[in-house]
Every structure is written in C-alpha cells, then in structure tokens.
Design a protein around this ligand. Structure first.
Ligand code: SF4
Ligand code: SF4
Length: 264
C-alpha cells in the first residue's frame, strides 16, 4: 500500500497527538521492507535471528577496518561528511571507553585502550529505538530480527536517536547526496536509494543483499574478521564460535540484548 507524504504526515501527527499508544493507527500502513515482501527470491539468505560476530583478533591494520567501512559506504551511498556533528555513520571505529562505557578497568592494557572497535547497529532483540518511533519508520522484522529503517516514513523527529544508547543512528542535517564519495567508482550506487535532508539512517544488516543471497557487504569485505549467521541455529558458524570462545556485547546491562558480539 502506498500513501503520499502529506497524507502520511497527517497520520503521523494524529499518532503523535495520541501519544506512543496511538502508533497502532499507522501499523497497517507499513508493509514494504518486511522480509516476506522483499524476499521472493529462492536464493535469499534466511534466518530466524540474524547476528554478527566481530573477531577483533583479525583487525591488524587500519586497512582492515577501512575495507569494511568503505564496503558499506559504497553499497549504501553513505555520505562522507567530515563535520562530527553532521557525519553519517553506519559502521565505524570507536575506542574501547566509548564502545564499552563502564567497563574501563583501572589497569586496562594500553593495547585495549588504543584499539579501535568496529561498531554498528546491534539489531537489538529489545530495541528502544523501535518503541519510541511515532510513525513506525523504524521497526523490527518479525521473521529475522533485523531492525529496519524506512526512510520514507521517517519524519525526522529523532526520538529514535535519543533512545538508542549506542549512537547507531545518524540524522541528515543537510542533503547528503553531494557528500557521496565519487573516487571509488560507480557513485552513487544505482541499486540503493540515496536519502534526503531530514531523515534518520543506520545499518540495516544489508537486508537488500540478503534478499539476493549475498552476505552483508562489510562481512564480505572483512576477510573473515566479521562473521554473520543465524543465532537461532546451533549449527551456524556464529553459534559455533560463540559456543567455543569468550564473547561480550555492548552495554548488556541496559537490557537491549544486542545481536552483535565481540571476541578476541
Ligand atoms: S543499536 Fe540502537 S538503533 Fe540499533 S537496534 Fe539497538 S537501539 Fe536500535
Ligand atoms: S551489515 Fe551491511 S549495512 Fe550493516 S554495517 Fe555491514 S555493510 Fe553496512
């Protein structure tokens, strides 16, 4: 079903007036981007709950990080904006103290303190961002747990950004299109929509690639440093690794239940 933006904003306004309890008024309108709609392809990769494992032992050089970041930027037309107040981040480097606040042991090794961690949306099982969105522009797919972002439904209220404790969402303060890097060829990528001023964006676990039978772009570029698979399948690679090595997640004390795990 499609509605024009004005009609949708009207509904969103009603929803906001009603308070968060009123969001069900627009629930029935959002059906695109559900896995069942975009995955008619028999080759599509499917899972009950997608998750990622970041193997920090495999990140040895800056290039190892950059390869993953650039792959994501390239396939999703993520702009490169130098101003930290306006930058758009889907997957990025974060130092330990920012990635895992509250975990700083007094005698933490310099290596850990200095090591950048690769961070992204955790596709939380219990996502606070989804709960606060008045228009359901961000929602969790029932089929595979991906926390999606429908940019066409985003009204730019930024409630989701305030609710996410991981800084995993970015707001387009200006038109991002002029900031899409041209050096890496084929920019903008015609297979993924560009965004506009006034909308929030973030990692969507490459739902569009999964629908084509491809793993996420960052995973493919990582040369084995990022693992991706079904956390509900005990035979999947991610489960095998998590079952045999010590792992940790970002801010588990918050109860959001992140589905991105870190190992050393
Ligand atoms: S990391 Fe943030 S944006 Fe991603 S699902 Fe969790 S709360 Fe939402
Ligand atoms: S899973 Fe896809 S969208 Fe998410 S950070 Fe990796 S490449 Fe970007």
């Amino acid at each position: 079903m499609s509605i024009d933006r004005r009609e949708f904003l009207k509904l969103a306004g009603i929803s906001t007036v009603l308070g968060f309890g009123g969001v069900s008024a627009v629930t029935g309108l959002r059906r695109t981007l559900e896995a069942s709609d975009v995955m008619p392809n028999p080759e599509a990769l499917v899972a009950k709950k997608w998750g990622m494992v970041v193997d920090m032992s495999k990140f040895k050089t800056e290039e190892d990080y950059q390869r993953c970041i650039d792959a994501c930027k390239h396939v999703h037309n993520v702009p490169s904006i130098d101003n930290p107040k306006k930058e758009i981040k889907w997957i990025w480097e974060e130092h330990y103290e920012n990635a895992f606040p509250g975990n700083e042991a007094p005698y933490l090794s310099e290596k850990i303190k200095e090591l950048p961690f690769l961070v992204l949306c955790n596709h939380c099982t219990n996502p606070p961002c989804v709960r606060v969105c008045p228009t359901k522009a961000t929602f969790k797919r029932e089929s595979d747990g991906i926390v999606m972002m429908d940019m066409h439904r985003c009204i730019g209220c930024r409630f989701c950004m305030a609710a996410c404790p991981y800084g995993a969402r970015s707001f387009n303060w200006e038109d991002p299109r002029p900031f899409i890097k041209k050096e890496q060829g084929n920019y903008p990528n015609p297979e993924f929509p560009t965004r506009t001023k006034g909308v929030v964006e973030k990692c969507t676990f490459c739902y569009e690639r999964l629908a084509k039978g491809l793993k996420p772009a960052c995973v493919e570029a990582s040369k084995g440093a990022l693992l991706f698979g079904d956390l509900e399948d005990p035979n999947s690679e991610v489960r095998q690794v998590l079952g045999s090595r010590y792992s940790f997640r970002r801010r588990p004390e918050l109860g959001t239940q992140p589905n991105v795990y870190y190992i050393f």
